[in-house]
Ligand binder design. Structure first.
Ligand code: GFB
Length: 342
């Protein structure tokens, strides 16, 4: 399980979902690590929900390693209002890619899940063996069921066909390349954008106030996506086991503390107003990361530093979009409202 199996830097490595938050971080990391033969396909070139198209693509390109980080993703609101897309897209994408990887004899596949696979009332911190021990959080059970099916797919192909397919379960992610659309984003990009917008409109006389969803009492753990990318390569080279493995920092904070931290980075003068009509979601989901630590991997980006650099990225993108389109920075936000297929 812990034996290192380095991947040749000229191996054919397919990153499924290379334009998303995780996929783009993985592309940066693999390039920086010297990989020279990265394979990608855009959504227009390849519909990952279409088995015959995916099989044909795999037969043509014959990847040796696969990072399966594609999927329809989103925050608490998108998960609860678009259940059909979240369950259908993800189940199909996981199924087609895993099956095609088996068909062409991929050496190793890493499948990326999510910490929402665990029961709503899991014991904290959450160990891997708590999977399927209780009811799921309702706001994202469609996504969670699809993600659990992905883990089971990898296990089934490992057991029946001997495929070296592994699953990693990251905690909540953030970083450059995130989706800043307020209806579909996760909490960090949403709050970065809200505090930024409030600062921009306050300068023209509006109230410097930001609406934050829920009560602020829910706890979340956040991992910078560059750390996740490093963990994915580390696991592909050091981990081979039936069980999925948690990827996180082992540290969490309340949404209230998070909102205050983002306010301090983006707009220190802002007032926070809580919209308690919005759900808190699961009360807490702190991952137990002792298995990953025991293998020798630790995250390197502390949350407040990660928030500051993500905000810098956001500002640069807003400015670049505005310059390109000849409009004000404030109006330019829609230019990087990513669609949800990662
Ligand atoms: O990031 P988020 O949408 O994901 O919400 P989940 C985390 C917490 O932040 C919740 C609060 O308690 C939200 O109510 N929050 C406060 C906000 N203000 C905002 C805001 O403006 N936007 C958003 N989005 N949240 C997702 C799952 O759950 O986590 C997915 O739905 C996936 O399936 C992902 O697992 C990692 O942590 O609640």
């Amino acid at each position: 399980m812990t034996r290192a199996q380095p991947i040749d830097r000229d191996a054919r490595v397919y990153v499924a979902g290379h334009r998303g938050l995780v996929g783009s971080a993985l592309m940066r990391h693999l390039a920086a690590e010297g990989f020279t033969n990265l394979l990608t396909a855009t959504r227009d070139e390849l519909d990952l929900r279409d088995q015959s198209a995916v099989s044909a693509w795999f037969a043509e390109h014959r990847p040796e390693y696969v990072f399966l980080v594609a999927g329809t993703v989103g925050g608490i609101l998108a998960n609860s209002t678009r259940p059909a897309e979240f369950i259908y897209d993800n189940m199909m994408i996981h199924g087609t890619v895993v099956h095609s990887a088996y068909e062409v004899g991929v050496t190793k596949l890493l499948y990326l899940g999510s910490s929402c696979i665990y029961p709503r009332h899991a014991t904290q911190p959450i160990t891997e063996d708590q999977l399927l021990t209780g009811p799921l959080e309702q706001t994202n059970e469609w996504y969670a069921i699809a993600k659990i099916a992905g883990i089971k797919l990898c296990q089934a192909y490992r057991r029946q066909y001997g495929c070296d397919f592994i699953s990693a379960m990251p905690t909540n992610l953030y970083g450059p390349g995130d989706n800043f659309d307020l209806t579909s984003s996760h909490v960090i990009p949403a709050l970065i954008r809200k505090f930024h917008d409030a600062k921009a409109t306050a300068s023209s006389g509006s109230l410097n106030e930001v609406e934050v969803w829920g009560t602020g009492s829910a706890y979340r753990e956040f991992l910078h996506v560059d750390d996740l990318a490093a963990a994915c390569l580390f696991l592909a080279e050091h981990y081979s086991d039936d069980s999925h493995i948690n990827v996180g920092t082992g540290v969490d904070l309340s949404i209230k503390e998070l909102a205050e931290a983002i306010r301090d980075v983006v707009n220190p003068g802002a007032h926070i107003r809580w919209d308690t009509s919005k759900p808190d979601g699961t009360p807490r989901k702190l991952l137990d990361v002792s298995r990953l630590r025991a293998l020798g991997w630790d995250p390197t980006i502390e949350l407040r530093a990660g928030l500051a650099s993500t905000y810098e990225w956001f500002v640069e993108r807003v400015a670049a979009d505005a310059a390109l389109r000849g409009i004000s920075a404030h109006d330019a936000h829609t230019a990087h409202d990513a669609h949800t297929v990662a």
